[in-house]
Write a protein that binds this ligand. Structure first.
Ligand code: SAH
Length: 371
């Protein structure tokens, strides 16, 4: 977005102090600004009343405080809510608020979880997912990632205490912006969400899993596995051809050794594709050495794709194979399915004369789903 000023919502303390040094302003002023931005959540520079008028003007010429416009919300107050925001370039991004979320990690909790998007569209082309149907448009800036949290907190008048990077996009393909966003979201001078309450989910971008392992903040990692052999994974996730299971699991081993932290494997159950009990046995073999937890997710239907979820009996049988093999596993009862806010249902939006519509599915994709 050439010509657009950067958002203060992506200012780490370090970067802002650096800028203030260039401006010959003392570091404590930068901290005052961060306090206005992240603690008091002001929406204009004029509200920063302990700063001189000159400094406020300087800030207003260098930064903006908000870049997104609230477009709509679907869902009700006590269920999953899907927020749609319009970005500065007219594109749209969705963010999903998930109240009390025992389903995700099995614990009883009254936590408020936010599922944030990291890109507009997605380039990874997983065959079952709505997010990649219309291809990739662009990375979100770090500011746009952080602003989803700030904006939903404002709209919902509540604090978010758990974040999952499981919205639209591949977070590890927008790596630099992801790390900046995580830094700001975690910082006590920023949004202040504990790193252990943030989960980055990836389709398996192995080199960046290694890099993330070395990132000092202890964020959690979830892998969208969805196939326990290369044969199955190759068919449904093109990323597997670039980083096959061997390469992926070397990176996960590296993560496990450095972090001593359990991983989560997400595994969608798709009828006739990856739900054989043989897949379950392979999955158990992959999960056990890493002590990974497996989240089984019955496939969420996507309009225009012909994939289906297996019967409940098969879902349970698949789960039993894992449990009997000593793997910690749960069968997820998805939220937000009815408002197309569940995993894999977030879809590129575009504005037309008739209003905001979902991007059409390219002709060639409609049949692939029936594989
Ligand atoms: N690109 C990252 C982040 C997106 S997370 C990743 O792949 O992990 C979104 C999750 O929803 C992923 O686990 C994805 O595989 C899953 N998903 C995609 N389509 C789905 C569908 N139709 N039903 C259930 N889960 C789906």
């Amino acid at each position: 977005m050439p010509g657009d000023l950067p958002s203060l919502l992506e200012a780490t303390q370090e970067s802002l102090v650096g800028q203030f040094r260039v401006w010959n302003e003392p570091a404590f002023r930068a901290n005052q600004v961060l306090d206005w931005v992240f603690k008091r959540r002001v929406r204009s520079f004029d509200e920063m009343t302990n700063l001189s008028r000159v400094l406020r003007t300087k800030l207003a010429e260098a930064y903006v405080l908000r870049t997104m416009e609230f477009a709509s919300v679907t869902g009700s107050k006590d269920t999953t809510r899907k927020y749609l925001f319009k970005l500065r370039d007219g594109r749209y991004v969705e963010t999903v608020l998930i109240p009390a979320n025992p389903a995700l990690y099995g614990e009883k909790s009254d936590r408020l979880t936010l599922c944030v998007s990291s890109q507009v569209g997605c380039a990874y082309d997983c065959k079952f997912c709505a997010s990649g149907l219309a291809g990739f448009t662009r990375n979100l800036t770090a500011g746009e990632i952080v602003e989803q949290v700030i904006a939903v907190e404002e709209l919902a008048a509540d604090r978010i205490d758990n974040l999952v990077f499981m919205g639209m996009g591949e977070p590890l393909a927008n790596f630099t912006n992801l790390l900046t966003a995580v830094t700001v979201l975690n910082s006590p001078q920023g949004v202040g969400i504990g790193a252990r309450h943030m989960t980055v989910s990836t389709s398996g971008v192995a080199p960046n899993i290694r890099k993330l392992a070395e990132f000092p903040l202890q964020v959690r990692l979830a892998i969208s596995l969805h196939g326990a052999t290369d044969e199955v994974r190759d068919k449904i996730m093109p990323v597997n051809r670039k980083y096959p299971l061997k390469v992926l699991f070397e990176a996960l081993q590296h993560w496990y050794e450095l972090r001593k932290q359990h991983l989560t494997f997400e595994f969608i159950l798709i009828e006739g594709v990856n739900n054989s009990l043989d897949q379950a046995r392979h999955l158990a073999k992959l999960a056990r050495p890493l002590r990974a937890k497996v989240n089984l997710i019955p496939y969420n239907t996507v309009d225009g794709l012909a994939w289906e979820r297996p019967s409940e009996a098969r879902q349970e049988a698949f789960l039993d194979v894992l449990l009997n093999a000593g793997v910690v596993a749960t069968l997820r009862r998805e939220k937000g399915h009815d408002i197309a806010a569940a995993c894999g249902q977030l879809r590129l939006k575009q504005e037309t004369a008739e209003g905001i519509i979902e991007s059409p599915i390219p002709e060639k994709r409609i049949t692939i789903g029936a594989a």
